[in-house]
Structures are given as C-alpha cells and as structure tokens.
Ligand binder design. Structure first.
Ligand code: HEM
Length: 514
C-alpha cells in the first residue's frame, strides 16, 4: 500500500512538472530518480538487499550485500558463483552467515562448518526450494525435490535398504568392471587412432551406461540407452538454464521456453521409462528372477511399500539423472590432477603394485588397502567439489535461530562447501594439492565432518554416496593400473559451474600401457 501511494505521488509530480516547465527527457529521468530515491533507500539499501526489505524479516541484521535493485546479486552469479560468494562473505566478515537476494528470493549462505552442520542437520531445513524446471521434470515425486514428509521418507528408506545398501553396491561390482573394461578399450583405441585421449566423452558414456544398467539391468539395447543419454543431456541443460520464474513471482510466464521444453522432455521420459517398466512387468520381472537392478528392486517391494507407476518412473529417471554426471566429472578432475602431478601418480601406482600386483585387476575388496588412492580422491573432492554449493539448496519450513541470527520461514539456505574447503583457518595451505594430508589420520567424508562434506549432510545427504564413491575408487584404480597418464597439452584446471563444477575445457592427455 505504501509503495502504491509513493508511486501515485511520484506520477502526480511528473504530470504537473513536465507540461509546466517543458522539461527534456534526461531531466525527467533525473527528477524521477530523485523523487524515487526514498523508496529505493527504504526497500533496497538494507543488508541482504531487495528481498530482505521488510525489516521484520531480518531483525538480527544478518550482514550481506545490497546488490542491484530488484535483481539482488543475480547479475554476479554465473560460472564462478561459489568463488564470488566466498569473496563477498569474506570481505564483509560474514562467513558464519550472509544474507543476499536473488531477485525476490531471500537467501542465506554459510562458509563455516559449524553453521553448515546446524543448517544441514536441523529439521527446519529439510525441504528444497522449488525449482520449476525440476518440478516439471518430475523430480518433486522423486527423492531430490519431494517435500520432506511421509512420501519422501518412504523413498529414502527404499533407497537406503534396497538400492544403495552395502550388499546392493557390492552386487553391482561385476557391472562396474564390465563398463571399465569397455572404457579402457576405448582409451587404447583413441590413443592409437588420434595419438591423444580426450577422457570426458569416454567417462560420460561409461558413467551413463553404468547407471542405466544399475537401474534397468543389461539388455536394454543400444538405441534406448542412447535415447536416455540424450534425455539426460537435455535435462541438464534445462535444470541449469536461468528461469525467471525461480526468482520472481511470475511463474505463469515462460520467456525462455524452459517450461515448454520441460513438458516435452517429461512426455518422452514417461513414454520411454514407462515402456521399459511395462515390458519388465510382462516378463514377470523382480529379484526372484535373479536380477539386482533398481527396477527389479522396486517391482519386488511388498504390497504396502509399492510405488505407483508414475512415481516409479520419477524415481528411476532421477537415479539416472543424478548418478551420471557426478561420477564422470569427479573422475575427470582426478585424472587431470594425476596428469599434472606425475610424482603423485607414480606413488599411487606403486601402492597398487604393492597390494594388488600387475597380474589381476583391482577389485572392490582391495580398496581399503589402497590408502593413498583414497587420499587422492578426498583431496580432489576438497579442491574441486562437484557440488561446491552442495548442488541443491535447502528451504526453511519454519522460523529458526541460526547462532545469533533469526532466519524467517521461506528463506533459502545454502552451504558454500568450496569456501570451507579452501579456508586457510581450516586447511593448512589450502591451495596446495597434497593427498598426504589425508593419510595421517582417518577423515570421514560422508557428512559427519562438515570441514569436507562433498555429499552434503543430515537428512537430505546424498543417498547414492556409497555407490558413487565405490565406482570412482574402482575405475580410478583400474585406469591407473592399466596406463601411465601423460600430458598432451598444458593441463588447464580452469573451472566452470553448471549443474556441477566441471573442468572448463576437456582434459587432453596421452597414455602408455604399463
Ligand atoms: C561423486 C558422486 C556424487 C556426489 C559428489 C554427489 C553429491 C550430492 C550432494 C552434494 C547432494 C545434496 C546433499 C544435501 O543437500 O545435503 C546430493 C543429493 C542427492 N544425490 Fe548425490 N552425489 C553423487 C552421486 C550420486 C549418485 C550415484 C546418485 C544416485 C544414483 C545420487 C543421488 C542423489 C539424490 C537422489 C540426491 C537428493 C537427496 C535428497 O534430497 O534427499 N548421487 N548428492
């Protein structure tokens, strides 16, 4: 109402002044700015900016950048958002908690492990903010975006007990080897044909195949696998694309066509995944037929736990979507580091030789003995976390106190894991790549210690973490056992934040069989 009166008053002045003094346009603009300035000062020049304009929302004055009118710090986000947010927080002394605006969305972010624990483990932040493209792509019926409640807990239980239990992860070892054999063959072929290996494509295809067969079993056929690959790629683009409706209350509009494309993709996914499910049901599929893929697991659930047809599509589609890029991206980072640090590569190869030898392949059961290899993976997760802002944020379902700050319900909360893992007060020489820092003492990375929690923490911690890490360990060990990896051009570690934090330019290298 106040805004309405101010705007009417401003219009009245303009109507009176313009004809009377016969003013030029620039002058009118200047006058407008002057008369609107109290409005801007009131509603925009507050800690955190535009979205925090109501003083009741920030009574404890969480510090934060003012940003642009209406846009907040949206223009500063982009492919280095994690670095920019870390720099702003540090310059304002707001590493514990910082407020900012993304359009009309209120956000708080922490770059501190203790506050991160409070946010991720507290019950107040067990929902995700609604991203329209994610909802349209059915993820609100899957684990990642389902509101915290009975249905979401049911999905998490199924995932923990049946899909990602230690027994299920182990039962997929054979598949991991099979896919890795295939990748090793492709590396050799590329090397002999082009004298250079571009690992990204090989890892992406391997990772996609691994997750598709974990979800649907083998024998789906190359055509369907390829089609699923295109769908995942399109899904990544759509979720990563900027959508005005996520930051402003204008959900009906679709300036960029994202909503239209999401609808089209969802129809395709429903059609294809739906057909696969129906075919499996016709074949009487279930674990009793000896299959251990996720679809068989879902079809074999007791009646009271069973999911509807559409919910099953959403869950299986999400698994393929989430399980593909994270593993491939992390492995590309690790291999870039191995190519760059030849001494570290030689040291881990010695470790593999000592514990496994060269006459058989590394197995899952060898990994606990490969302490240095595990340390390398941890060090890469520290320096290049695939989710530097922990992928998807959390949403406060009710008012909550974080340390000395009041955070109102409806606020989006983020953790800047990248800032934590590069903080010199937490990590000695954080910019040095030094796996040895993890060999001296056991350091858990599954979410109990927030100094390094690349899979998140608390109720919404990544359910696929054991499968993801088992895949990365095994493939890394086998790639290093098979080849010596050498640079072909200078290794470029520039990064780019899309849905995950990727190497900006694909790694190019050479290999020599060992
Ligand atoms: C290197 C591999 C991976 C990394 C670094 C990773 C990282 C993450 C992170 C940071 C989150 C957010 C956690 C939070 O909010 O606290 C997450 C959530 C999730 N991840 Fe992963 N992930 C990986 C592999 C996988 C795999 C293989 C799958 C499934 C096949 C998977 C499925 C999911 C799902 C469904 C969620 C949403 C959980 C929820 O909201 O309840 N992830 N992941």
């Amino acid at each position: 109402m106040k805004i309405f009166f101010r705007a009417s008053f401003f219009l009245l002045i303009i109507c009176f002044v313009v004809p009377f003094y016969n003013l030029t346009l620039p002058l009118i603009f200047f006058l407008s700015l002057i008369s609107l300035s109290p409005f801007f000062i009131n509603t925009w020049l507050v800690p955190g900016g535009f979205a925090w304009r109501n003083p009741n929302l920030n009574p404890s004055r969480i510090p934060g950048p003012v940003g642009w009118p209406f846009l907040g710090i949206l223009p500063q986000m982009g492919s280095h958002a994690h670095r920019k947010l870390a720099a702003i927080a540090s310059s304002m002394g707001a590493t514990r908690l910082m407020a900012y605006s993304l359009g009309s969305t209120r956000v708080v972010i922490t770059s501190h492990p203790e506050t991160a624990k409070e946010i991720l483990s507290g019950s107040a932040f067990s929902n995700r903010p609604i991203k329209e493209s994610a909802n349209l792509l059915m993820f609100e019926r899957a684990i990642g975006f389902a509101p915290s409640g009975k249905y979401w807990r049911h999905l998490r239980r199924i995932a923990a007990n049946h899909m990602f239990s230690p027994r299920s992860v182990l039962s997929l070892e054979c598949l991991r080897h099979h896919v890795c054999d295939n990748m090793i063959e492709k590396v050799s072929k590329e090397m002999s044909e082009k004298r250079i290996v571009e690992l990204r494509g090989i890892l992406q295809k391997g990772s996609l195949r691994n997750i598709i067969e974990s979800v649907f079993g083998s024998g789906l056929g190359l055509k369907i696998e390829e089609e699923l690959g295109f769908m995942v790629k399109e899904g990544y683009e759509l979720i990563g694309e900027f959508h005005w409706g996520d930051y402003f209350p204008i959900r009906v509009l679709d300036f960029t066509g994202v909503k239209r494309r999401c609808h089209r993709l969802t129809l395709k996914v429903k059609d294809l995944v739906g057909q696969v499910i129906e075919e499996r049901i016709r074949d009487g599929g279930g674990i009793k037929n000896g299959q251990n893929d996720f679809l068989s697991v879902l079809l074999s659930l007791p009646q009271e736990d069973k999911l509807t047809h559409d919910d099953m599509i959403a869950v299986l589609w999400e698994m393929i979507f989430r399980g593909t890029d994270t593993v491939a991206i992390l492995l590309e980072w690790i291999m870039a580091r191995m190519v760059l640090h030849q001494d570290i590569q030689a040291k881990v190869q010695d470790e593999i030789k000592e514990h496994v030898g060269n006459h058989r392949h590394v197995k899952d059961s060898d990994i606990p003995k490969l302490v240095y290899l595990q340390a390398i993976v941890k060090e890469v997760l520290r320096m290049h976390p695939p989710g530097p802002l922990l992928s998807w944020a959390r949403l406060a379902t009710h008012d909550v106190q974080i340390g000395k700050f009041f955070v109102p319900a409806g606020t989006t909360a983020m953790v800047n894991m990248w800032a934590i893992t590069h903080d010199p007060s937490i990590w000695k020489n954080p910019w040095d790549f030094k796996p040895e820092r993890f060999t001296e003492e056991e350091f858990p990375i599954m979410g109990s210690d927030l100094r390094l929690a690349p899979f998140g923490s608390g109720r919404r911690v990544c359910p696929g973490k054991s499968l993801g890490i088992a895949t990365v360990h095994l493939w890394l060990a086998r790639l290093l056992q098979q080849y010596k990896w050498l640079p072909s051009t200078k290794v470029d570690l520039s990064e780019c934040l899309k849905l995950s934090l990727e190497l900006k330019r694909p790694l190019k290298c050479r290999v020599i069989a060992r």
